[in-house]
Ligand binder design. Structure first.
Ligand code: SF4
Length: 247
């Protein structure tokens, strides 16, 4: 089982407490072991960018379409049993400025076979337009290509089975910059659990490509006050690309 980092634990606790609050619960019990773990002295994660090399990928995929065709029949993990449609990703496959990587398909994506088409997708569309792009000018993909039941986070084994597709997509597409949407996307890309709250806005690197972590749009739907943080991160992306947001 993958080790949970200090900030990963903190983030999971924060999400759990927000969920409880949304349910109207005002008091929760926290295990002593969790409190002891939180009392540990953390590593300065945000000031220590992670750099990863591209892992081995299936070399027989020679096009993004070939990957999508393979995914459509993939049974490499248990998510194939509950999916309606696979969601390989879509957009500009010819060295786009930006590749957005999310966690996995939700209900709308599972029904349509397209990434980010639900409420979070509408918000991502607005972010893309605010940056001066059209959706079809960027590429949008997820760490796992099939919907986890009840929108749960994909487990490590599911990510490990599915990540070769994303890695090969990145090799073929050759994006100038990758934007990792949320902690799970960053965990998939970097290979370790991360605390997105601390890491967002700090450049990372994936296989020689600049990688900007930021919050997932679905998190912004729950906490709109974080939109300004995401916009700050996206402006760093634009600056890296030598662009300014349109007026
Ligand atoms: S999630 Fe990925 S590895 Fe699992 S069945 Fe779907 S395409 Fe295959």
């Amino acid at each position: 089982m993958a080790e949970i980092t200090y900030f990963g634990l903190l983030e999971e606790l924060e999400q759990y407490l927000q969920y409880q609050r949304d349910l109207g619960i005002q008091r929760v019990e926290v295990d002593r072991a969790v409190l002891a773990e939180l009392a540990r002295e953390p590593e300065p994660e945000a000031s220590r960018p992670m750099v990863v090399e591209a892992a081995a990928v299936p070399s027989d995929f020679e096009s993004v379409d070939a990957i999508a065709a393979h995914i459509s029949a993939c049974t490499s993990c248990g998510l194939c049993q509950t999916r309606t449609r696979t969601v390989p990703g879509e957009g500009n496959t010819d060295a786009p400025d930006i590749l957005f990587v999310g966690e996995g398909p939700g209900a709308d994506e599972d029904a349509q076979g397209r990434p980010f088409v639900g409420r979070a997708g509408k918000l991502l569309d607005k972010m893309i337009v605010a940056m001066g792009y059209r959706r079809e000018q960027v590429f949008i993909a997820n760490v796992v290509k099939c919907r986890p039941p009840d929108n749960r986070k994909p487990v490590r084994e599911e990510m490990d089975q599915c990540l070769p597709y994303l890695r090969r997509q990145i090799e073929l597409i050759r994006p100038k910059v990758i934007v990792g949407l949320g902690g799970t996307a960053m965990e998939g890309l970097l290979g370790n659990p991360v605390g997105i709250t601390r890491m967002r806005g700090v450049w990372q690197e994936y296989a020689g490509i600049k990688l900007m972590p930021t919050y997932h749009p679905s998190y912004l739907l729950r906490d709109p006050s974080k939109k300004k943080d995401v916009w700050a991160d996206l402006k760093l992306v634009l600056a890296e690309l030598g662009k300014k947001p349109p007026r």
